[in-house]
Design a protein around this ligand. Structure first.
Ligand SMILES: [Zn+2]
Length: 478
């Protein structure tokens, strides 16, 4: 034991699923300091991540900082309320143990008396099990959520998302002011006006957007594409024709479908190149002028090379743009792919029909028949049982001969499809989930890419398909 007190760090994370009474950050702080005092350690750092959803571990800047400091030997032990504050996913654990294990840093939980010693095999085992348990809990939670969402959709109840623009908070009656804006937008789009013109007008007279700030092309488009506008109930992007919405609708279905057709028409897409070779060309927009970024090449300094190297970019080429955003292609591709798969990776994209050939089973059955027949000839044969078995096998053989193949439905998730998809299919997948993707100009900070430059608005699709929906032969007829 050393004479100087041990240095403790406290890691706190406030998550949506637990921020009930007595579990706020201040409380985690108090508990952590008390445990440090009990351990005779001095608190040298406090990390604090506030992530709204445990499903999105991507936004944990303090977690990353904590790992860096651990590597630099800034603290000897880490205090958390529970292990699930520290990591939600086995990959987080890999990052942790890669640093904590060689440094011999122990993890102390307020709610457990045993420190987790990442340098021991047992400690790692427990940590690994905890990570698996967390993944299991998240899956259970999401399955329950899906069941609930599906039931709600089939009752014609509006989804529970953020503020439903156009309605009161009861999600049934219209908010007069907002509903008028919805009608106005539909009328103008159907009259041939561009979304940009509407956005500019509304922002000029300070019409608050659904989230309170100013309107963007993407937020307006997202708002207009909601089937709820016309009293249509949708689930997993499909209209449930036989379900009647319980809420008042600002527009009629004809207007909705007409506007939707206009807004999603291929010629309206900002991309000029339909057979782009790059993932985000024509899809990502310049944060300055909202024009699509194009693929470009430049010569630049690249770490590890003395001479200037070819650097591939996405770049705004609009001569009138004051901002002229440009961003490295590989960096943006990676960032957007990561966020896309985080956000929508588990959604189902398609049902795949495969035909299974049952020849193998047939030869097993034939072998079985021969073997049972041979056993029947033996002296001590249990004739009754064997005859029964033989009849069973023969029935199966007849069935297999009549139907030698079987149709099997399986599901593909976005992630599974993405891994095998070519560039065109990837762009299609992205487009079907993406309302808007803008890239802001580079800040004054260091050379490292700042992910906050990328703003993504996903389609509003609060209901996820369940496996059950997708495996039905005939899921929803729209
Ligand atoms: Zn621009």
């Amino acid at each position: 034991m050393q004479d100087t007190p041990k240095r403790a760090a406290i890691y706190k994370r406030l998550s949506e699923d637990r921020d009930g009474v007595g579990d706020n950050v201040a409380d985690q702080d108090r508990g952590g300091r008390k445990l440090a005092a009990d351990l005779g350690a001095e608190v040298v750092r406090i990390y604090n991540d506030n992530d709204r959803s445990a499903k999105a571990p991507r936004s944990r800047p303090d977690f990353a900082q904590m790992l860096l400091n651990a590597e630099d030997g800034v603290f000897d032990l880490l205090i958390v309320r529970d292990l699930d504050r520290l990591y939600r996913h086995p990959t987080d654990l890999e990052d942790l143990s890669a640093i904590f294990t060689p440094k011999g840093i122990t993890v102390h939980q307020e709610r457990s008396t045993h420190p987790l010693d990442m340098s021991s095999a047992q400690g790692l085992l427990v940590a690994g099990l905890m990570a698996q348990v967390n993944v299991y809990e998240l899956r259970q939670k999401s399955a329950r959520q899906k069941d609930m969402n599906r039931a709600r959709a089939h009752q014609g109840v509006m989804h529970r998302g953020p503020h439903p623009y156009g309605w009161q908070s009861d999600r049934l009656t219209l908010n007069r002011v907002e509903a008028d804006r919805v009608r106005e937008a539909f009328k103008r789009v159907l009259g041939g006006e561009s979304l940009r013109a509407i956005v500019n007008d509304w922002n000029a007279c300070d019409v608050p957007s659904p989230k309170g700030g100013s309107w963007t092309y993407a937020t307006l488009k997202q708002m207009l594409l909601r089937p709820a506008n016309a009293g249509l109930v949708s689930y997993q992007g499909t209209i449930l024709r036989d379900v009647e919405a319980q809420w008042e609708a600002p527009v009629d279905p004809d207007s909705y479908y007409a506007a939707k057709a206009l807004l999603t028409a291929p010629e309206r897409r900002k991309s000029t190149d339909n057979r782009a070779k790059h993932l985000l060309a024509g899809i990502a927009l310049c944060g300055g002028c909202q024009n699509p970024l194009k693929s470009a090449m430049t010569l630049g300094n690249v770490a590890g090379f003395d001479e200037r190297q070819k650097v591939m970019l996405y770049r705004c080429t609009n001569p009138e743009c004051g901002t002229k955003v440009s961003v490295r292609r590989d960096v943006l591709d990676r960032e957007v792919t990561k966020r896309f798969l985080d956000e929508r990776g588990h959604a189902y994209t398609a049902r795949v029909k495969t035909t299974e050939h049952l020849g193998e089973r047939l030869s097993e059955v034939e072998t079985g028949i021969r073997s049972v027949t041979a056993q029947l000839a033996e002296d001590d044969a249990d004739t009754v049982a064997l005859v029964e078995r033989l009849a069973e096998l023969k029935r199966e053989r007849a069935e297999l001969n009549a139907n030698p193949t079987r149709t099997v439905w399986s599901l593909l998730t976005v992630t599974q499809e993405w891994e095998k998809a070519g560039i065109e299919r990837k762009r299609e997948l992205l487009r079907s989930h993406l309302v808007g993707l803008t890239v802001a100009r580079r800040g004054k900070g260091g050379k490292a890419f700042d992910p906050t430059r990328v703003q993504i608005v996903w389609t509003e699709d609060p209901y996820d398909a369940t496996e059950d929906d997708m495996t039905k032969t005939d899921p929803f007829i729209a």
